[in-house]
Design a protein around this ligand. Structure first.
Ligand code: MG
Length: 375
């Protein structure tokens, strides 16, 4: 917490040469010899500046607080991040308190990921973003020790990554049109609905673009018949799916809506962690997985598998985040139907570079770990 952000990041590149292991280096951990010191965790608060005021059904804001983490072991550093949009209940203070109580030095072997992350999860209830900041840093660290990116370690084909949607927040028609024009490189746009002017928002976008759309209502609709009418209208307008149309507590109405809807209905607020996936079967068509909700990459991977076992659609989403957490989520994207990994594109002060969007498609590098560099 004491050093500034540039020094915080630079300190860690001394050993990893910009995130890459030097060629020919055989790491002591790979040879089976463990150093005497365990994992060293450090962290620093950072405020993301948003390019536009971001408005959803329940709030507006211009900044997002995050915590940048580092996990060092035997001269190699993994990077992680916790992002804390205010409506989710975590803060820089709560994350700092959670991370301060952890004793990761007791772990001398970073490959014992289950043991380490179970310890972190059991340290306190809740705190999913704080937990994700350790999980992501550990994955980055272990991937760097192995010299491989996680999509390869998991056995995924990088050409199977989806296009990412780009989110257009609720705003005045002129501003919405401008945002849509700025997003011309994207193959699908995500529109935030859930206010009085839903149809006006869609008509405004359709006046300047025919690109496929998906919509996120953030629980904003209350009546199931009105919701179904709107969804039939949205289908006519080229919308691909609808995210969390009604409050998550209205499970009977949501099940009815999914059964009758001409478009897939995706759970977001209704599904946080692995234990929530089974509860969405028969109520939704699919789930939106976010690292900051589910404590990180390890649990997100399990959620993808469980959703697939139940023949559900999978979407990988994010908060407003740096390229660190977005690139970590992108490692899983080859196994998803849709991705909404645009959080780093919404900010003007990203300290990292990582996963790239090329012609609207998530494009993974072969850099080890989560595939990021200091920018
Ligand atoms: Mg959502």
């Amino acid at each position: 917490m004491s050093c500034n952000r540039r020094k915080f990041i630079q300190n860690s590149s001394v050993f990893t040469f910009g995130g890459l292991l030097l060629p020919g280096t055989i790491h002591s951990t790979m040879k089976g010899k463990l150093p005497a010191r365990g994992l060293k965790l450090s962290f620093e608060a950072y405020d993301l500046q948003l390019k536009h005021v971001f408005t959803i059904a329940t709030s507006s804001r211009t900044t997002t607080p995050v915590m940048l983490t580092k996990l060092e072991f035997d001269g190699i550093t993994g990077f992680g991040e916790a992002s804390m949009p205010p409506y989710l209940g975590e803060s820089q203070q709560s994350v700092a308190e959670f991370l301060s109580q952890l004793n990761l030095e007791q772990f001398k072997d970073p490959f014992r990921m289950d043991e380490i992350l179970e310890y972190v999860d059991e340290a306190a209830p809740g705190n999913p973003a704080a937990k994700a900041s350790v999980d992501i840093a550990l994955h980055d660290l272990v991937g760097k020790i192995m010299g491989q990116p996680w999509y390869k370690i998991w056995g995924f084909s990088p050409e199977n990554t989806p296009h990412t949607s780009f989110t257009i927040g609720i705003d005045k028609p002129e501003v919405v049109k401008e945002k849509v024009r700025e997003a011309s490189g994207f193959k699908i746009l995500k529109i935030k609905l859930g206010r009085e002017n839903d149809r006006e928002m869609i008509e405004t976008i359709r006046s300047v673009s025919n690109v496929p759309l998906c919509v996120d209502v953030n629980q904003g609709w209350q009546d199931k018949k009105m919701a179904l009418d709107t969804i039939f209208w949205l289908k006519e307008k080229g919308i691909e799916f609808v995210e969390q149309p009604m409050p998550k507590e209205k499970t009977d109405e949501l099940a009815w809506l999914t059964e009758n809807s001409p478009l897939p209905i995706i759970a977001d607020e209704a599904v946080q962690r692995l234990c929530d996936v089974q509860k969405t079967v028969g109520i939704y068509s699919g789930i939106n997985i976010k690292l900051m909700k589910c404590t990180g990459m390890r649990e997100a991977h399990k959620m993808v598998q469980l959703a697939r076992a139940n023949k559900m659609k999978v979407m990988m989403g994010c908060m407003t985040e740096t390229s660190c957490a977005v690139s970590a989520a992108a490692q899983l994207s080859p196994k998803t139907d849709w991705a909404d990994l645009d959080g780093n594109l919404l900010i003007s002060n990203d300290p990292y570079s990582g996963m790239k969007i090329i012609d609207g498609k998530i494009t993974l590098s072969d850099q080890p770990g989560i595939g990021i560099n200091n920018s």
